[in-house]
Each structure stands twice: as C-alpha cells, then as structure tokens.
Design a binder for this molecule. Structure first.
Ligand code: ARG
Length: 473
C-alpha cells in the first residue's frame, strides 16, 4: 500500500502499521479534539516556529517553509472565523491542523512533522497557552490588589470590630482589614509569577522522548517562541506536567483566600452584621421572598473553590506513579487545567469589579465595635502602665466587663466611680484609652491598625505592586 493511503478507517497519521480500522468507540474514547482544539492557535504558533527553525538549519527549503507558514496562517484564520471543520477521526488538535495543512499545500504539509512528535508538540502547546493565560490572570489579580489598596486607603479611619473566634476582640480599622486581604493576594501574585518561570521552558526538540537525529537548533525555536530556554532533558520534557500542577496549586491557594474574603462579605452583608452594602448589580433576588438581596457573587466564588481544589487533586493523581516518558494519561491534563483557568479568571474578574464598589456602613461597624467591650485590652494595658501586674489587670478588667454585662454598659459608658470600684489606680485620663479612636490610634507601629499606619501601609503596597508589575517578563 502506498504511504499516502493507509488502511481505510485508520488514522491517516499513524495507520501505516495497522491492519484493521480503529473500533468506533475507541476512536471516540481516545480522541481529545473535543477539548484540545482550545490549543489550536498555540499549536500553530509552535508549528510556525518549528518550520522556521527547520529551514534555518537546512532540513526544509525556504520555499517549503514559506508554504507551511502561509498555509498555517490561513488555517489560523479559518479557526478564528469558526469555519474550521474538526474531525474526531483525526483524534486531536495537532493532527487536525496537520491534515488540513496537507489538504491545502500537499506533500510539503507532511514535512512539518520532521524532527518532532506530538509528545513534545503537545507539551509545548500547553506551556505556550498557559503562559498567555497566566498573563491574563496576572493582570486581573493586579487589578484586584489595586482596588483593595485604594479602598483600604479611603477606609483608613473607619472603625470596626476585629474578631478572633468570630467574637469581638479589639477595634481595628476597616482599611487594616482590607490590607490583610491584600497581603494574602500579594503572596499569591508572587506564587503566580514564580510558577510562570517554570512554565516558560521549551519541550520542543525532545521529539517522542529521546530527541531527534535531525540537526535541530533548539535555541532558535526557543527564542522564536519567547521561551526562557529549551528544556534540559528530553524524557522529562515530554512527560512531566508539574507546571500545570503548580498552576493549580497557585489557583487553589488563591481561591482559598478568595473564599475567606467571600465568607466575610457574605456575613457582613447580612442584617445581623450590616457592615457593608454590595451594589445591586453584584447581587440577585429571591423568587419567593421579595425582601431578599443575596450576595451570590461571593457565595459562588466560595463555592467554586471546591472545583479548583478538585482539579489540583485530579492533576496530582494523574501524574502520580507515571513511568517515564510520555503516557496517554497526560491527555487528561487539559480539561482540569482549562477549567481551573476559567474559574480563576472569572472569580478574579468578579472580585476586581466588585471590591471598589463596596460601601462601608461606618455607623453600623462603629456601633458593633462599641458594643463588644472591644477596648477591654486597652483598659488592661492602662492599668499595667500604672504599675498593676498584667495578670491582675486582666482580672480587674474581667470584673469590669461582668459589671458592664449586668448593667448593659460598655466600658467607655461607665463613670469614673463605677470603674474605680475595681481599681483605685484608675483616673480621669482612662477615657482616652477606652474610646475606639484612642484604641486604634495607640497601635501605632508597622503592621498595626492605627489609621496613619494603614495609610503608610497602603502606600507601600501600591509601590510594591507597581514594582512587581514593572519587573514582569
Ligand atoms: N492528544 C495527545 C495529548 O493530549 C497528544 C499527544 C499524543 N501522543 C501520542 N503519542 N499518542 O497528550
């Protein structure tokens, strides 16, 4: 049989050694084109670079290269216009595009695959694709951080209760709370940029597993594709998907953080807290209870965290115990990775759009901080400054709080005589520390909640974010 006509019903790219057609179910079961067509533009980008390199080292003629590059450019347009006919018979994105190229330019199309394999091709495609997607995610993450920093700056003086065990602990400023979120995201941002470095390494040239006998120049291809360098080891290059696992791990930690923020937003919009208002455009109503305005966006982000953790577990388990080098198992890397990317991007967009529109219900926050004996520690510190041992001061304040609970009075609402029942050292100046403003202003050191510190921290965060963005590849 001539090489151009393999056994009817087998894949035209590898049917040569087969004597019967692929089982119809197996054809569907093994095909990935239903989802990996999402890699099409990056597949073409990789192929153009590969053909360019092959011509540079003399494996292809310039005429052949030009035919391939032109043909692939036309295919790209067909795909972008939505006209490309994907075929399950051709298994995956790579063979669909290659077959179309051969339709268009004839035998020269078949030369494109010289010196490479789908194994190094797919690993390259995913890395090119993920690198672009990381840049989109990175921009959204930066936009969210910027929004948090500006909101924190505006709310540097706004007082709210700070919590431990979800019980009122000490007053803090809302700006300080927002900057805590910002710190979490700053670390996520670092993790993302760090992950990008390891994504940006080129498998191409590893071919099936051992490299190729053609005189390829991997530095040329790497440079054309903007990769930092060619991967060192061909077996490793075609097999490991740790870079995708690393992205899913970044995504899981990020979503964990977003879920914590979501949880607080959900609590705060409730009538019981009434700390913030989310604009109507980020909420939905109830079909049965007309009064309802539900914080669906943060609730959904909280919920979507689960699927991202699931993808991390899926990818880790996919890779576990795989012998070198490429195994078909790895075809299963794409759907979890794609869904992780889509989820992360949507959640970040939702948050980046929503955060600047958060409206603080300042009076309500203030009142909540006033109700919860949140300046009790300040009274203890006051007593210590007057020579009382901290443990005794703790006991004295405990008694004052018990009295306040009985009399329904906050510490700041008690008269000097009432306070002096518990300690003689208390003087008139105690009221300066019992106020919420006095309490937050006193925590005036780096990392503390004092409004001046929050404004300074916001400025440092702004500078750090700008520096991080300037330093991007
Ligand atoms: N569709 C395959 C994947 O996603 C491409 C590589 C297949 N290589 C092979 N020799 N079957 O992993």
């Amino acid at each position: 049989m001539s090489p151009s006509s393999p056994t009817p019903g087998t894949n035209q790219s590898w049917g040569g050694r087969f004597s019967e057609p692929t089982d119809a179910f197996v054809e569907r079961f093994t095909a990935s084109v239903g989802f990996d067509q999402r890699l099409a533009l990056h597949d073409i980008q990789g192929s153009i670079a590969h053909a360019t390199m092959l011509a540079r080292v003399g494996v292809l003629t310039d005429t052949e290269r030009d035919a391939i590059v032109t043909g692939l450019g036309e295919i790209r347009e067909e795909i972008e216009r939505g006209e490309f006919q994907w075929s399950v018979k051709l298994e995956d994105v790579h063979m669909n595009i290659e077959a179309r190229l051969t339709d268009k330019i004839g035998i020269t199309g078949k030369k494109l695959h010289t010196g490479r394999s789908r194994n190094d091709q797919v690993a390259t495609d995913i890395r090119l694709f993920l690198r672009d997607e990381i840049d989109v995610v990175e921009a959204e993450l930066a936009r969210l951080r910027q929004g948090l920093i500006e909101l924190a700056d505006r709310e540097a003086d706004t007082i709210m209760p700070g919590f431990t065990h979800l019980q009122t602990a000490q007053p803090v400023t809302f700006g300080h709370h927002l900057l805590a979120w910002q710190e979490m995201l700053a670390r996520d941002h670092e993790r993302l940029l760090d992950c990008r470095k390891r994504v940006n390494v080129m498998p191409l040239g590893a071919a099936a597993l051992a490299g190729t006998t053609y005189p390829i120049d991997r530095h040329v291809t790497a440079e054309l594709l903007g990769f930092e360098r060619p991967a060192e080891n061909s077996l490793d290059a075609v097999s490991d998907r740790d870079f995708a696992i690393e992205f899913a791990s970044f995504a899981s930690i990020l979503l964990m953080h977003l879920s914590r923020m979501s949880e607080e937003l959900v609590l705060w919009t409730s009538a019981q807290f009434d700390f913030i208002v989310l604009p109507d455009r980020f909420c939905t109503g109830s079909s049965i209870m007309p009064q309802k305005k539900n914080p669906d966006v943060p609730e959904l982000v909280r919920g979507k965290t689960g699927r991202v953790y699931g993808h991390l577990m899926g990818l880790l388990t996919l890779m576990k115990s795989q012998p070198l080098a490429y195994n078909k198992d790895n075809q299963e890397d794409k759907e979890p990775l794609f869904d992780t990317l889509d989820t992360v991007r949507d959640c970040l967009k939702a948050f980046a759009d929503m955060v600047p529109a958060i409206e603080a219900r300042k009076a309500s926050m203030y009142e909540a901080a006033r109700r919860g004996f949140s300046t009790a520690t300040d009274l203890a510190d006051y007593l210590v400054r007057r020579g009382v041992a901290f443990r005794d001061a703790h006991e004295i304040v405990g008694q004052s709080v018990a009295y306040g609970l009985r009399e329904k009075k906050d510490l700041s609402e008690m008269s000097l005589d009432e306070l002096r029942q518990f300690s003689e050292v208390i003087e008139d100046d105690v009221f300066e520390v019992l106020t919420l403003e006095g309490s937050v202003a006193a925590r005036n050191h780096i990392g503390g909640t004092a409004p001046d510190q929050v404004r300074a921290a916001a400025q440092r965060a702004r500078d750090a974010l700008a520096a991080m963005r300037d330093g991007r590849p």
